[in-house]
Structures are given as structure tokens and as C-alpha cells.
Ligand binder design. Structure first.
Ligand code: NAD
Length: 498
């Protein structure tokens, strides 16, 4: 399959090299070959994109909601028709196995289908205030929404927030991760071909500290949706404070997978392996801590190790079970944790650097046991294929270890006891709880974190709160003079009641 690589910014419906003319290279992490050189977006480029999105907002928000929905269905169909092309490009850019990339692009299609159906169902309420008043709310779009996304599931992270934002009548400026900008650029072709108003979808590639910072600080954006690390999340909050912008933060995790002795151990082991090694451990909700009931620790860890040894590693395009890490820098970071785990006294059962590859950023599925909660490999997000095994005895201890984290994104529980599962679901401090299957759910399931895993929720109908603001309108309809109405005087005396 031939690729049309898009290597320009997409602003106001047109392709541009950007104001500075400077570029940076995008590398295939499977081979270390340069795939493209894309513009290094500047604050001026960001300003151009925000202006274009502002102009488009005046048109897009006024379309019939049903028409907006039809346009979003159009995006879903076009993406579906070009699924293989997008999946291959995503694979080259990220290193992820091709089958996996196909799954992520299919999920992009589902986001657009889901929110296309929602576009004409975003409505307000009427609130009873007596016969002389009509008191109602409308949900209005916010304006230009900024979407700053990471490299681990590049187009999927764009679509997750873009589809609800557009459905609600907003326009968007996307800042893809510098490691993986190619599918967000190619996606612009879809909007272009469907005759969306110019400027509804804009992409500014570039570095976080430059283009990302300029976008998050821009005075005329209406909101920021950020997916990425906690550290950058803090910078986003600070940037949003200046102009008092709402933020959605989807940050990291150190999610537990908790296996009880009464679970189906074969099934639990294969789910645990999927939960940590999918996407080479580079998912925010990767189940990177295996909490296992002491009595079954040995057989379960044996099964996990057996499955992990069967995982094939290779170039994403050859569709192995697991591809490389995304970049040389990230490879060094993950290997730093493998070293730290050993230095802190954990037992490395398998894994570490995959030395059979001359090129590419390959790390083998890695398992540590003998891990305790204070070790860095139990506390910090590694974002790689590294599983830390922590034993527990009894429910209370399991919940204590699971909740002993600054993060609270996801949790998996494996048990055949429904009461225990429900007690856990109640007690766990996490925004997403999965019982007897990891990575389950869909576009309708709200996703987001407790504690430092984030603020707000993506997906589902809840996401519409991120991309709408509520206007309350109160109309006096009675004929009597408002001044003579005792109730009216009472209400105006209390501004909060009006
Ligand atoms: P990152 O924070 O380094 O970068 C994310 C994005 O922010 C990139 O586009 C980057 O260019 C930009 N950025 C960097 N500095 C910036 C700044 N000062 N101002 C504005 N933008 C800036 O994160 P990453 O390493 O690309 O991604 C990995 C992280 O993302 C992990 O912590 C992972 O858990 C998290 N993540 C979370 C979710 C979720 O839904 N909760 C999903 C995927 C990834």
C-alpha cells in the first residue's frame, strides 16, 4: 500500500509549511528510519489556527444539529473506508502491531458514529418557577477547543475528544505529540474531502514547550483537553489559570490487576498479560501492578510468565504480538526502571532489553516479583512492558495496596464471588473498574481518573459537559407588575436564588 504522507500544517482548510519554515523529523521506532519531516509549529502558527477555528465556529455552530450529525457520520464512513491506510501509517509512526492499530482506528470510527447520533440530542431543561415564568437552560458550544494529545494512541486520542467537541458545535485545534503527528495530519484529508467549513479541524505539529504551550496559553481558546503526563498536566493547569479556561486532564496511572484465589486462574493470567503488554505497556490504564492472593501466587505467576514468554516481538508492520517502545528517549526511561527495580531488591523473573534486535527500541515482556509498595516500580508510571507482582492476603490488604497510589485511573478484579467484586468496585479509588476482563468498555463508558490521574471524564454522554456551557434564561411572562410580587422581591434579594 502506498502512502500519501502529509507533512504540512493544516490550518483554515489549507496546507502550510508554517511561518518559520523549520521542521523536525519523525522516526519509525521499529527501524529507526526517518518517515517524514513535519513543521515545527510556532506560537504564530497556533495563532493562525485559532483564528481560523474562530471563523469556522461562526458557521459550524449555526448548522442544524442534525446536519452536524450527518457530517460526523460522513467522517466515520470515510475513515472506515480508509481504515487500512490509517492503521498502516499509525503502525509505522508508533511501532504498534498492525492488528492493534486497526483496532484503534476502528474505535475512532465508533467515536464518530456515537457522537454523530448525539449531535441533535444535546438539550437543556425547563425549571419550574411558577406560572408567570419560563425558566429554561440551553447548552451552548464553548468555541475553539484545544486538543493536546500524546503518542501512545495518536489518532484515537484525537477522536475521543474531537468527536464530542464537534458534535456540540465547537471547532478544534489539534496539537499531536511530536513523536507521532502523521495520522492527525492525514485525518485532515477526510475533513477536506467532506467539505467541512474551513477551519473546523486544524492541526499544528510541533514541540510541547513551543506549540503546545502557545496553544494552552492562547487567550481565545475556549477550553483545553489534555491527555498526557502528570507533569505536563500541571503546566496545563497553570496555563489555563491566566485566562480562566476549563481543562480536561487525562493523565497517567499505576493501575492494579487484583487476582483472588477463587478466580479462573487461566483466564485471569491471560487477561493480566493482555492488560500489561498490549501496546508494549504504553497505555495509561495498563494494569502494571499485579496484586495476587498469596495462596495462588506461585501458580498464577507461572501462568503469567508462560503467556508472556509466548509473546512475539517485532516490527509493528509485521503484526507481531508486541512492537517496540515509541522512541529512544522512552526506551532509556523504561530501561532505567528495569535497573531501578533490581537495585531496589525486586526479583527480575524475565525480560529487560530485547537484545536480538539491532535496530528499534525493543524491550521484552518484563516481570518483577518480590515487589513492595514503596519501590519505584510499584509507585511510578513506567509506561512500558514491566509488570510488578505484589502479594496480599485478604481483601482488606488488597484494597489497601491497590489504593496506596497517587494515581486512580483503572482497576481490574478477578474473582468468582460477585459480592467480593462489588465490595471492591465500591472501595477502589479509581475512575474505571473492570471485573473479570481487562480493557473492556466502549465509547459510551465514561473514562477518567481519580487523584492525580486527571480531572473530568471523556467518552459517553458525560463528555458533552466538557464541550458545552449552560445558559439559564428566565422570562417573566405574567401580566402583573414584577415589583408587586412578594416572591419576586424575595428572590431578587438573594442573588444566588436568581
Ligand atoms: P507528555 O505530557 O509528555 O505529552 C503529551 C502532549 O503534551 C504532547 O503533545 C506534548 O507535545 C504536549 N506538551 C508537552 N509539554 C507541554 C507544555 N508545556 N504545554 C503544552 N503541551 C505540552 O505525555 P506523553 O509522554 O506524550 O504521553 C504519555 C502520558 O500520557 C502517560 O503518562 C500516559 O499515562 C498519559 N496518557 C493518559 C491517557 C488517559 O486517557 N488518561 C491516555 C493516553 C496517555
Amino acid at each position: 500500500m502506498r502512502f500519501k504522507l502529509r507533512d504540512k500544517l493544516f490550518i483554515g482548510g489549507g496546507w502550510t509549511p508554517g511561518r518559520s519554515g523549520r521542521t523536525f523529523e519523525v522516526v519509525n521506532p521499529s527501524t529507526e528510519e526517518v518517515l517524514a519531516a513535519v513543521p515545527r509549529g510556532t506560537p504564530e502558527d497556533v495563532d493562525d489556527a485559532v483564528r481560523a477555528a474562530e471563523t469556522a465556529f461562526g458557521i459550524w455552530r449555526r448548522l442544524q444539529p442534525e446536519g452536524r450529525g450527518r457530517s460526523l457520520y460522513g467522517v466515520a464512513r470515510s475513515l472506515e473506508a480508509r481504515l487500512e491506510e490509517f492503521a498502516r501509517l499509525e503502525t509505522l509512526d508508533t511501532g504498534k502491531p498492525l492488528g492493534h492499530a486497526r483496532g484503534e482506528i476502528s474505535s475512532c470510527v465508533r467515536y464518530f458514529d456515537y457522537y454523530a447520533g448525539v449531535a441533535d440530542k444535546i438539550h437543556g431543561e425547563t425549571i419550574p418557577l411558577g406560572p408567570d415564568y419560563l425558566n429554561y437552560t440551553v447548552r451552548e458550544p464553548i468555541g475553539v477547543t484545544a486538543h493536546i494529545v500524546p503518542w501512545n494512541a495518536p489518532l484515537n486520542m484525537v477522536c475521543r475528544s474531537l468527536a464530542p467537541a464537534l458534535a456540540a458545535g465547537n471547532t478544534a485545534v489539534i496539537k499531536p505529540a511530536e513523536q507521532t503527528p502523521l495520522t492527525a495530519l492525514l485525518f485532515a484529508e477526510v475533513f477536506d474531502a467532506l467539505d467541512f467549513p474551513a477551519g473546523v479541524y486544524n492541526v499544528v505539529t510541533g514541540f510541547g514547550a513551543e506549540a503546545g504551550k502557545a496553544l494552552s496559553e492562547h487567550p481565545r481558546i475556549g477550553s483545553i483537553t489534555f491527555t498526557g503526563s502528570v507533569e505536563t498536566g500541571r503546566a496545563i493547569i497553570r496555563a489555563s489559570a491566566e485566562h480562566v479556561k476549563p481543562v480536561v486532564l487525562e493523565l497517567g496511572g499505576k493501575s492494579p490487576q487484583i487476582v483472588f484465589a477463587d478466580s479462573d486462574l487461566d483466564r485471569a493470567a491471560s487477561e493480566v498479560v493482555k492488560g500489561i503488554y498490549s501496546n508494549t505497556g504504553q497505555y495509561c490504564d495498563a494494569g502494571s501492578r499485579l496484586l495476587v492472593e498469596e495462596s495462588i501466587s506461585e501458580p498464577l505467576v507461572d501462568k503469567v510468565v508462560r503467556h508472556a514468554r509466548e509473546i512475539t516481538l517485532g516490527q509493528g508492520i509485521e503484526n507481531p504480538d508486541m512492537g517496540p517502545l515509541v522512541s529512544a528517549e522512552h526506551f532509556d526511561r523504561v530501561m532505567g526502571y528495569v535497573e531501578a527495580g533490581q537495585n531496589e531488591g525486586a526479583n527480575l523473573i524475565m525480560g529487560g532489553r530485547a537484545s536480538e534486535f539491532e535496530k528499534g527500541y525493543f524491550v521484552s515482556p518484563t516481570v518483577f516479583d518480590g515487589v513492595s509498595s514503596e519501590m519505584s516500580i510499584a509507585r511510578e508510571e513506567i509506561f512500558g512492558p514491566v509488570l510488578s507482582v505484589l502479594p496480599f492476603s485478604g481483601e482488606e490488604e488488597a484494597a489497601g495496596i491497590a489504593n496506596d497510589s497517587n494515581y486512580g485511573l483503572a482497576a481490574g478484579i478477578f474473582t468468582s464471588d460477585i459480592d467480593r467484586a462489588m465490595r471492591f468496585a465500591r472501595d477502589i479509588q479509581a475512575g474505571y473498574v473492570m471485573v473479570n476482563e481487562y480493557f473492556t468498555g466502549g465509547p459510551g463508558s465514561p473514562f477518567g481518573g481519580y487523584k492525580q490521574s486527571g480531572i473530568g471524564r471523556e467518552r459517553g454522554l458525560m463528555a458533552l459537559q466538557n464541550y458545552t456551557q449552560v445558559k439559564n434564561v428566565v422570562i417573566r411572562v405574567g401580566r402583573s407588575s414584577p415589583g408587586a410580587d412578594a416572591e419576586h422581591i424575595e428572590r431578587t434579594a438573594d442573588p444566588g436564588a436568581n
